[in-house]
Design a protein around this ligand. Structure first.
Ligand code: ADP
Ligand code: MG
Length: 590
């Protein structure tokens, strides 16, 4: 499980379910309550019936026996009917809630800026959330079942037993304790094992990937590494199995002890019942009723601990993704427009990734006037992609603020708001297995454009169209055309360009394209950005020359800021990087 845990996510899940169908959910609770109590009624009327038989003598009205028999029959009937009704109602309610649950998710997704879909992490989260939406009813209602069905049954049964013989109630409940303890021991050991195994499992997956996945297979074969990976894969798998087996043995041993204890307690309780009946402390009717209900009592106890609670707490993780994804679904997310003539100002912006203690952006202060074309350069890991993500609104700064402002108007803080009027080409862009046309138009789905205009964009970025034109499917998965890394990158650039915007952010848009083609494409990109604001990350200093302004990043900071010429005249990071690359190009005769 996770930090916030079972009860928290169950309550949040229930809030969503009650929000969608309040009356139906209340009815579900009532049905579970009646269902639980119907089993108690069974025991109660069973005792009444036996008592009326044992007390029978000629003076007793035999109609009272018949009446008790009818009540007992009715209570058995009620329990059976309620079992069917409560379960089927759960199924029906789940089906009817599904539409609403998906509706919330899709609405929330539609409110996300479409460029967020380019982020693999976000796509991953959405994927998990869609799966989670199918589980939310069963996981969240665990809490309702526990409260309304199990607690009402055990609560009333305890009262019944207590009124019959207090010691009896206490002994029956004592049997719970070893079962509960063993459940928690199992849970803790499984969690410990899971933490131990998770990195090992990831390892086996990556070894398997090297041996079987399309993108690795060629290199693996070429280097003759198949046996090497195979051996590592098997060794890791063996270790996982050994750990699993060890835990299974331990679990088996504990379960055996608990089972023996339960049988022992059971025997003691039967003995106590017998003793109480002999000395007339309880009626023979109570003896029969308690004896018969013990099996049911332990059956429900097992079901509650091993099935309902254990299943729900294992699966709570899958609904966590759904609940996180729809967070704040009843509130509309505020959005802000990046409009013409707006400057972007970053004030003391700091950002660090949750998994790292280091600042990926360290106190960035920056003003970007409207229409400027900026080249963002710096060594790997200096923070360029992170700065892009923060500007796009994918990550919110930990400290500091980002504002949009027209020269004489008041500043608008855009922190935490979704942003309109921005287009982006991501470093890790998505290769959609769809047609070229869909791959491009997906960035602005509500825009009406003729096929001719889309072809023009393709032409501009040198996507060569064959006889099928822009309708051609991409990717081998659906029998489409497979593209090289560079060609996919052109498709991603076309997608960025297609979207109407006033600011375009491109993160290493041409990294997989050869240097000569790259220069040509860069000129087109600069030409396209025209009067728009553009931020282009590049690792090629020679291309930064074309930009109005160059920003150099290092260790999360902007260490230099100026035009290409200005920066070359100063000793510093830019000159160093530039000279290093020029030397390399000279030596490679490029
Ligand atoms: P650049 O784009 O300049 O190569 P990044 O912005 O990708 O650099 O990364 C800046 C720093 O943040 C690096 O130290 C990198 O290791 C770290 N980083 C990047 N992405 C993540 C992430 N998802 N989780 C944790 N750290 C990250
Ligand atoms: Mg990067």
């Amino acid at each position: 499980m996770n930090k916030k845990g079972f009860v928290y996510y169950n309550l949040v899940g229930l809030r969503v379910l009650f929000h969608l169908k309040q009356k139906a959910m209340c009815l579900y609770c009532i049905l579970q309550l009646i269902h639980g109590l119907s089993y108690v009624a069974q025991v109660f009327f069973l005792q009444r019936f036996y008592d009326s038989i044992t007390a029978y003598d000629s003076a007793t009205n035999k109609y009272s026996i018949i009446l008790n028999l009818i009540f007992m029959g009715l209570s058995f009937l009620l329990a059976q009917i309620m079992n069917g009704v409560a379960n089927s109602y759960g199924q029906i309610l789940n089906e009817s809630l599904q539409k609403g649950l998906n509706g919330i998710l899709y609405k929330k997704i539609s409110l996300m800026d479409s460029m967020e879909f380019e982020h693999p992490q976000k796509l991953d989260m959405i994927n998990k959330a869609v799966n989670g939406s199918q589980m939310i009813f069963w996981v969240s209602t665990a809490l309702l079942d526990i409260v309304f069905f199990y607690f009402s049954y055990f609560g009333m049964m305890s009262c019944y037993l207590f009124s019959t013989q207090p010691l009896l109630a206490i002994s029956v409940i004592l049997v719970f304790i070893p079962n509960v303890i063993s459940y928690f021991i199992h849970m803790i050991s499984f969690r410990k094992l899971e933490n131990q195994i998770a990195p090992m499992r990831r390892k086996t997956e990556s070894f398997l990937g090297y041996m079987t996945r399309k993108e690795y297979v060629k290199e693996t074969r070429h280097l003759g590494l198949y046996h090497f990976f195979c051996e590592r894969y098997e060794n890791t798998l063996r270790k996982i199995n050994e750990l699993n087996m060890k835990l299974q043995y331990k679990k088996g041993f504990i379960d055996f002890i608990v089972c023996m204890m339960t049988v022992l307690f059971y025997g003691v309780i039967v003995l106590m019942l017998y003793q109480y009946t002999i000395i007339n402390k309880i009626t023979p009717g109570a003896f029969a009723a308690v004896l018969l209900s013990l099996k049911q009592f332990y059956g429900f106890m097992y079901e509650l601990i091993e099935e309902r609670f254990a299943w729900a707490s294992q699966n709570v993780i899958s609904i966590e993704n759904y609940l996180k994804c729809i967070e704040g679904y009843h509130k509309e997310k505020e959005s802000c427009h990046y409009e013409k003539d707006m400057n972007i100002v970053l004030k003391n912006v700091c950002f660090s990734y949750p998994s790292s203690s280091k600042y990926a952006l360290d106190n960035i202060n920056l003003t970007i006037p409207y229409g400027e074309t900026i080249a963002l350069v710096g060594e790997n890991g200096s923070g360029k992609s992170t700065l892009c993500s923060v500007l796009e609104g994918l990550y919110s700064p930990d400290q500091g603020d980002i504002v949009f402002c027209q020269s004489d108007a008041k500043e608008i803080s855009v922190k935490g708001k979704s942003r309109i009027g921005i287009s982006a080409v991501f470093q890790k862009f998505v290769q959609y297995r769809m047609s070229i046309k869909d791959n491009i138009t997906i960035s602005d789905m509500w825009k009406n454009t003729s096929d001719k205009d889309i072809e023009k964009i393709c032409n501009n970025v040198d996507i060569h169209l064959d006889k099928d034109g822009i309708g051609v499917m991409l990717g081998r998965e659906f029998d489409g055309r497979e593209l090289s890394g560079g060609q996919w990158q052109r498709v991603a650039i076309a997608r960025g360009i297609y979207r109407d915007c006033n600011l375009i952010i491109m993160d290493e848009p041409t990294s997989a394209i050869d240097p000569i083609e790259e220069s040509k494409l860069f000129e087109k990109i600069y030409e396209y950005s025209g009067e728009k604001t553009a931020i282009i990350v590049t690792h090629r200093m020679a291309l930064a020359k074309l930009a109005d302004r160059v920003l150099v990043m290092k260790n999360g900071k902007i260490v230099q800021d100026g035009t290409h010429e200005q920066l070359l005249q100063k000793e510093g990071e830019y000159k160093k990087l530039y000279q290093m690359q020029m030397k390399w190009y000279m030596e490679s005769n490029l």
